[in-house]
Design a protein. Sequence first.
Length: 366
Amino acid sequence: AASPRRSYSITLLPGDGIGPEVVSVAKDVLSLVGSLQGIEFRFREVPVGGAALDSTGVPLPDETLAAAKESDAVLLGAIGGYKWDANEKHLKPETGLLQLRAGLGVFANLRPATVLPQLVDSSTLKKEVAEGVDIMVVRELTGGIYFGKPRGFGSNDRGEDIGFNTEVYSASEIDRIARVAFEVARKRHGKLCSVDKANVLEASMLWRKRVNGLASEFPDVELSHMYVDNAAMQLIRNPKQFDTIVTNNIFGDILSDEASMLTGSIGMLPSASIGDLGPGLFEPIHGSAPDIAGQDKANPLATVLSAAMLLRYGLGEEEAAKRIEAAVINTLNRGFRTGDIFSGGTTLVGCKQMGEEVLRSVEAGK
Ligand code: ATP
Ligand code: MG
């Protein structure tokens, strides 16, 4: 029987630099997968970042946030560039991204770090260590030391200048991120490692207690705990031991960048930021790459894979997500590479042609 026709509205935020080039490719891929699988996507493109600053005077116009909130999912390209680097703090394009995350209430940041067999030579690790690495870091995004109060500057009792920040997590903040991580682990390979510093920090002690308290709800997930210093070491020593990692905001900031560097392919890595209600935000982890913007050199695959995450984690359209991921693998298997992942024996293509090859692979796939 034909599956019922589904219809979704997607907000596209191309942003700056290579953002418009890579988002345009991902949009075409979504459209094709949709038409092949009976899913309708209605796209609405609105400005954010430097592009919005130039046209409206602010990096996140009210209409942009409103459009994002009304839609079913948001796909972002990249934000920022040399042009605005000298701007005052509140007029930086990057402020738009922080406001967007806050406005959407996305508290869980999902960052996969996968070493594809076709790109194992790009990894910073030795081949035998890198091969088969497939990690998902789930980072708490809206709490912890980056937001905790009190914070500020002051002076101590000797009159010396001090700076201080506070790590705070409530039970409910921990529970909601842990639930997301258990669900993610369940959809992946069933292993969850919670990373903390529970030997030293009270916020981490509560973290560990709450995560343990939820374990009985997920009997199919194998839960373990690791201190963050050890986790940083194990990621380099034997990254294959990890499936899904869940951790707080600051540890996740560091560990997700560390994990992504294992792959060595910044142009290949997607991300998802999701909350309880409302649309999720999906974007490549790379920046606006102003050095190659407008030259048709950008690798669009990180954004295409972000569109796959949008389907899986944002809309629950697992089959369509798989079809996109399979098409990316197929395109690499056919030898096509952008400059950032180019190596001997492969075919160098630009952003547009890479997009066309992915479309061909989507069409050919089942
Ligand atoms: P941001 O500060 O916005 O996070 P950044 O300056 O730290 O960004 P990127 O903008 O991601 O870093 O660029 C870092 C390097 O990687 C640049 O040389 C850029 O050209 C390259 N790069 C980034 N993304 C891509 C991509 N999709 N395809 C090809 N090269 C890329
Ligand atoms: Mg930069």
